[in-house]
Design a protein around this ligand. Structure first.
Ligand SMILES: [Zn+2]
Ligand SMILES: [Zn+2]
Length: 385
């Protein structure tokens, strides 16, 4: 089963379609090549500089790392790390935020660690940072997907914008140490964007509306002496939902989530007050019945959470995939809220329109359907797949 999944993932990642706006008679700039390599993932070559994207590549001049979700963390083989140390391989230059670096190291239990020399940009105190490299200007731009998550904007003979996973939504802007800024469109010639939710059925409610509904749901249950368990992905949704909960709730975090939040607090981000689940045991909690516990979805089938759910806790599942009956069947819950740190369909369309690119490269989701939608809206007239 596992092998099959890995194979599927590989095939899936192999798609990186380029759509060209033929109506503008965009001239092919031979200084720019955006490709997908089976072994080393996405690469951008511009003006003789080779940039690897969210992937280790020993031949790259620069390695851009957008955010610490597992499929984006560059996995540097031990052998290569040794070769770098022995100076057999040149030391690669990384571009990423400090938060992404720290969380990647934490999540991979130090199996992944950056070799010494690197640029760290775009941490929370330095919202838009750039470096110049061989005639290019490379900027990291916050994109709201997770804390520390960034898109890459390259200015050389042309402008290339790699969004990685992103959302246009801002969150918590009134509180400087929790603010998450969504990605704003920048005009470019080449846009490489995800289209995870690039189908018209994917329209998400606004974050304030979502938070209000969830808090109301939890409050109603607490009044009936029913605690709540929230199923949310451990890096990303868990942190945003933690900060949107009513601070008077008794908030508990599952171990892996607690570890990440603790690390982010050490990096000067601030969160609602919380306690690690480990402070309690399930018998205490079954008596207390006043908690709001955040766990990653798969944990619901494991102890002690299984027992707490069987004991009658109210289960809320937060996911962009709550539209699919598959996801609902996989994670049975009392309430499903469509929530994602990716763009919904309308945001994606707006974003592409406002970046006004000559070349569009799509990844993730149903690329052909999204391309078709762009085409229909006359964003890429007469394009070819
Ligand atoms: Zn992601
Ligand atoms: Zn992703």
């Amino acid at each position: 089963m596992n092998r099959l999944n890995i194979e599927n993932l590989k095939n899936f990642q192999h798609y990186l379609h380029e759509f060209q706006k033929s109506s503008r008679r965009a001239t092919k700039n031979s200084n720019i090549k955006i490709t997908f390599d089976k072994k080393y993932g996405k690469q951008i070559r511009i003006d003789d500089v080779k940039i690897a994207i969210d992937h280790w590549n020993p031949a790259a001049d620069l390695i851009f790392f957008s955010h610490p979700h597992m499929d984006h963390i560059p996995n540097i083989p031990k052998k290569s790390l040794k070769q770098i140390k022995d100076r057999v391989l040149k030391r690669p230059l990384f571009i990423c935020s400090k938060i992404s670096k720290e969380i990647a190291e934490l999540r991979t239990r130090k199996k992944f660690s950056f070799p010494g020399s690197m640029w760290l940009l775009g941490n929370n105190l330095n919202l838009k940072s750039s470096v110049d490299y061989k005639g290019l200007t490379l900027s990291l731009i916050e994109n709201g997907h997770t804390y520390g998550s960034c898109s890459l904007f390259i200015e050389g003979s042309e402008r290339i914008f790699y969004t990685s996973d992103f959302t246009g939504n801002d969150k918590f802007l009134n509180t400087p140490f929790t603010a998450l800024r969504g990605l704003k469109p920048l005009e470019c010639e080449h846009l490489i964007t995800e289209c995870t939710y690039g189908l018209p059925k994917y329209i998400f409610p606004s974050f304030p509306e979502l938070s209000m509904n969830i808090n109301q749901n939890i409050q109603n249950n607490l009044l009936l002496n029913i605690p709540t368990i929230i199923l949310a992905y451990s890096y990303g949704k868990s942190q945003t939902i933690l900060n949107s909960l009513n601070p008077s709730f008794n908030i508990l975090l599952e171990k892996s989530i607690a570890k990440i939040v603790k690390k982010l607090e050490a990096l000067d981000l601030s969160f609602n007050s919380w306690q690690p689940y480990g402070k309690y045991n399930k018998n205490q909690l079954m008596k207390l019945r006043d908690y709001v516990l955040i766990i990653p979805p798969y944990e619901m089938f494991k102890e002690p959470y299984k027992t707490l759910i069987a004991d009658g806790a109210n289960v809320i599942y937060l996911s962009g995939k709550t539209f699919s009956s598959d996801a609902r069947e996989r994670f049975p819950a009392d309430h499903y809220y469509p929530y994602s740190d990716h763009c919904d369909y309308n945001q994606l369309i707006d974003f592409v329109q406002n970046t006004n690119p000559e070349h569009i490269y799509l990844e993730h989701g149903n690329m052909s359907a999204f391309y078709y939608a762009l085409n229909k809206l006359d964003i890429t007239p007469n394009s070819e797949i």
